[in-house]
Ligand binder design. Structure first.
Ligand SMILES: Cc1cc2nc3c(=O)[nH]c(=O)nc-3n(C[C@H](O)[C@H](O)[C@H](O)COP(=O)(O)OP(=O)(O)OC[C@H]3O[C@@H](n4cnc5c(N)ncnc54)[C@H](O)[C@@H]3O)c2cc1C
Length: 396
């Protein structure tokens, strides 16, 4: 333990661990090999049992049917869930829905809350977030070709997005589109709620990511918006506030990812240690007797602990001072934790050798799924530049 955790939180963590072990661990062999659609029924049954057990929605407010945990406690829960495939999905705190819930909770009108927020928080529907476009550098989100042109009481949306995660089977998309091309760059776009049964909404394909196109929640789609009409009342916030709201979404969204990655790294680390001590190289010698493996284990342990403390400290700062005040810390953990997780996964895979490359352990699955951590929600380089800029301000 790195610091004292309240006994109620510890007890809650134990309940999450127990649920994950009894409900998700037995599903793991299927989860690494089957598409989401083949697992969905079993995962949904577990969602129901999570609700019955009072564990649903650790991040959701009590009003939305969740536990209303603060960010530090949610971080600790998230670390537990991260070690299990579909852990966050089963507890209703998975991306991109968790971020969309936060946006809706802050910016939705009463009508939008009833129609979109409540069923989303209850896990009755899913959503997606449609911002990145293939033709523009996603690292600079003000560059965007998708437009929403006002026509009476409606917006008409035209454009093409890609990597809209979980669009397949989602009930609605939150779409970023340019509503005023002549406004200053950060005032050009607005966020619009687009039901996926709107004429003109088309999933072109689920993009094959490292060989897996996936389906349902576990997919990333190319989406075309061809003359999609939505009422003006489907806009979130005021016209031109799209980027401001996106920033609000991305800040907490980044720390949610980091908290999950801590759990992924811990799981890989535990597997690595187990394998190192049981894989014999000779009659009296295991991998764990080799200095190079010991060095990896020591380095991973130290890096995991540093990443964990910095992430929890950032969560604490966000709770105390708000996410704006903690922006430097968020940038730091985004690349630090993603890099740490990548290193731990890579070393764990190496220790497992050929077994690590195949799907008989969850390591390869995590390795493939989580490589993108260093790219989405701001690539490493963007966060490093932004952190360094703020630090250097004091020296100029
Ligand atoms: C698995 C996955 C899921 C995603 N889910 C979603 C989603 O649900 N919704 C959505 O809208 N988008 C999503 N994205 C898109 C993601 O947000 C973008 O990939 C990201 O913003 C980077 O944009 P880009 O891919 O266009 O890279 P580019 O902007 O083309 O950048 C390419 C590379 O250039 C380097 N680089 C970029 N900027 C700088 C700089 N200023 N200085 C130095 N180097 C730089 C970085 O190494 C970067 O990786 C997802 C992406 C992935 C991979």
């Amino acid at each position: 333990m790195d610091f004292e955790i309240a006994s109620e939180t510890e007890e809650l963590l134990e309940r999450y661990r127990g649920f994950m072990e009894s409900e998700l661990a037995p599903l793991e062999a299927d989860a690494v090999s089957l598409p989401f659609s083949a697992l969905e029924g079993r995962l949904d049954a577990r969602r129901g049992r999570a609700k019955e057990a009072g564990l649903w929605g650790p991040n959701l407010s009590a009003e939305l049917g969740g536990l209303g945990l603060g960010l530090v406690d949610h971080g600790l829960v998230s670390e537990v869930l991260g070690g299990y495939l579909y852990g966050h999905y089963v507890m209703g705190c998975q991306a991109p829905d968790a971020g969309n819930v936060e946006v809706l909770a802050t910016h939705a009108s009463q009508d939008q809350r009833e129609k979109y927020l409540r069923p989303l928080a209850a896990g009755e529907i899913r959503s997606c977030f449609s911002m990145t476009e293939a033709d523009y550098a996603g690292s600079n989100p003000v560059l965007m070709g998708t437009t929403a042109v006002r026509d009476g009481d409606e917006y008409v949306i035209d454009g093409s997005k890609w990597y809209t995660s979980s669009a397949d089977g989602a009930a609605f998309a939150i779409v970023m589109a340019v509503t005023d091309p002549d406004a200053p760059p950060h005032r050009r776009a607005s966020m619009l709620l687009v039901p996926t049964d709107t004429p003109g909404f088309e999933i072109v394909r689920n993009i094959a990511v490292m060989g897996r196109a996936g389906d349902g929640w576990a997919s990333h789609a190319e989406v075309r918006y061809a003359g999609c009409r939505v009422p003006v009342g489907n806009r979130l916030g005021a016209e031109g506030e799209g980027f401001a709201i996106a920033q609000e979404r991305l800040g907490p969204g980044r720390i949610h990812h980091c908290m999950r990655w801590l759990g992924v790294a811990r799981r890989a680390f535990e597997l690595m240690c187990r394998r190192a001590t049981t894989r014999f190289l000779g009659p009296d010698e295991t991998l764990a007797d080799k200095d190079i493996v010991r060095a990896w284990i020591a380095e991973c342990a130290a890096e995991m602990r540093a990443a964990r403390l910095l992430t929890l400290h950032t969560a604490w700062r966000i709770e105390r001072d708000g996410w704006r005040a903690a922006r430097q810390d968020i940038s730091a953990i985004k690349f630090l934790v993603a890099g740490m997780m990548g290193k731990v996964l890579d070393r764990a895979l190496q220790v497992y050798g050929s077994l690590g490359m195949c799907d008989d352990t969850p390591i390869a699955w995590f390795y493939l799924e989580e490589r993108a951590a260093r790219i989405y929600d701001g690539p490493d380089e963007v966060h490093k530049i932004s952190l360094a800029k703020r630090i250097l301000r004091d020296y100029r």
